[in-house]
Design a protein around this ligand. Structure first.
Ligand SMILES: O=C[C@H](O)COP(=O)(O)O
Length: 245
C-alpha cells in the first residue's frame, strides 16, 4: 500500500507566536493514523520548529531551496543548510515560485536534485494555468515540467510529486476528484516508463483549495495519495482534519 502524506504549506503567513501556537495545538491532537504529515514553514521559523517537533511524528520541510551548493547568492538558502538544521522535506517548483520568481523547469529540476543530494526529499510541484487548461494543454504542461526533473534525477530520489492546478490554488475552486485523478494517473504512467517499482510507491499529492470538507472525495481516488495544503493548513485543527480524511 502506498504511503499517504499531507503537507502543510504556510507560504508567507504567520508570526513566531502563531507558529508556536499552531505547534502546541497540533501536539494536543492524536497522531494521525496511516498518514505521514509534514509542515513546510517560512525559513526563519524552521530552526525553532525543528526543535519543537523533535520526537514527534510531524516532519519539517522548507518551501524552496537554492540549486547551488554554496557561494555568492545573497539571500538564498542551500539544501545543505536545510539539512544542517534537520529539515527533511522541501517544496520545489511551486507555481508561486515559477510565476513570481522566474523558476524555470530547468531550475526547478536543479533545485530538486540539490535537495536530494543533501538527503532532503523534494516535493516536486507541477500544474497548469487556467489558460493552458482551456487550450487543452494540461498534459503537455505537466509532462514538460516533470520531464525536466526526470532528465536530471531518478524517480527514487523524488520525495513526492504534487499536482497543483494553478487555477485551483487559493481560489476555493478545488479540482473535481475525477479531473485530478486523470492527471495523477498520467503522472504515474510517466514515472512508470522510468521506474516501474517506484511508480507504484511514489506519493502523488493534490494541491489547490483542499479543505476538510472536500479531502475525502479526493483521497478516494486511486492515484491521489494525499494533499499539499495552503490556506486550510494555517489552522492546526483543519490541517489535522484533512489528515483524518
Ligand atoms: O501549497 C499549497 C497550494 O498552493 C494550495 O494552496 P491552497 O490550499 O491555499 O489553495
Amino acid at each position: 500500500m502506498r504511503e499517504r502524506i499531507i503537507i502543510a504549506n504556510w507560504k508567507m503567513n504567520g508570526t513566531l507566536e502563531s507558529a508556536r501556537a499552531w505547534i502546541e495545538a497540533y501536539r494536543t491532537l492524536p497522531a494521525a493514523a496511516n498518514c505521514r504529515a509534514v509542515l513546510c514553514a517560512p525559513f526563519v521559523y524552521l530552526p525553532e520548529i525543528v526543535e519543537r517537533l523533535r520526537g514527534t511524528p510531524l516532519e519539517v520541510g522548507a518551501q524552496d531551496v537554492n540549486e547551488n551548493p554554496s557561494g555568492a547568492y545573497t539571500g538564498e538558502i542551500s539544501a545543505g543548510m536545510l539539512a544542517d538544521i534537520g529539515v527533511s522535506w522541501c517544496i520545489v517548483g511551486h507555481s508561486e515560485r515559477r510565476r513570481y520568481y522566474g523558476d524555470t523547469d530547468n531550475r526547478v529540476a536543479m533545485k530538486a536534485l540539490a535537495a536530494a543530494k543533501a538527503g532532503i526529499r523534494p516535493i516536486v510541484c507541477v500544474g497548469e494555468t487556467l489558460e493552458e487548461r482551456e487550450r487543452g494543454e494540461t498534459q503537455t504542461v505537466i509532462l514538460r515540467q516533470l520531464n525536466a526533473v526526470l532528465a536530471v534525477m531518478m524517480p527514487a530520489s523524488i520525495g513526492a510529486v504534487a499536482y497543483e492546478p494553478v487555477w485551483a490554488i487559493g481560489t476555493g475552486h478545488v479540482a473535481d476528484p475525477e479531473t485530478a485523478q486523470a492527471v495523477h494517473a498520467s503522472i504515474r504512467r510517466r514515472i512508470e516508463l522510468v521506474d516501474q517499482a517506484r511508480a507504484m510507491t511514489l506519493p502523488i499529492l493534490y494541491g489547490g483549495s483542499v479543505t476538510p470538507d472536500n479531502a475525502a472525495g479526493l483521497f478516494a481516488m486511486p492515484d491521489i495519495d494525499g494533499a499539499l495544503v495552503g490556506g486550510a493548513s494555517l489552522k492546526a485543527t483543519s490541517f489535522f482534519a484533512i489528515g483524518q480524511a
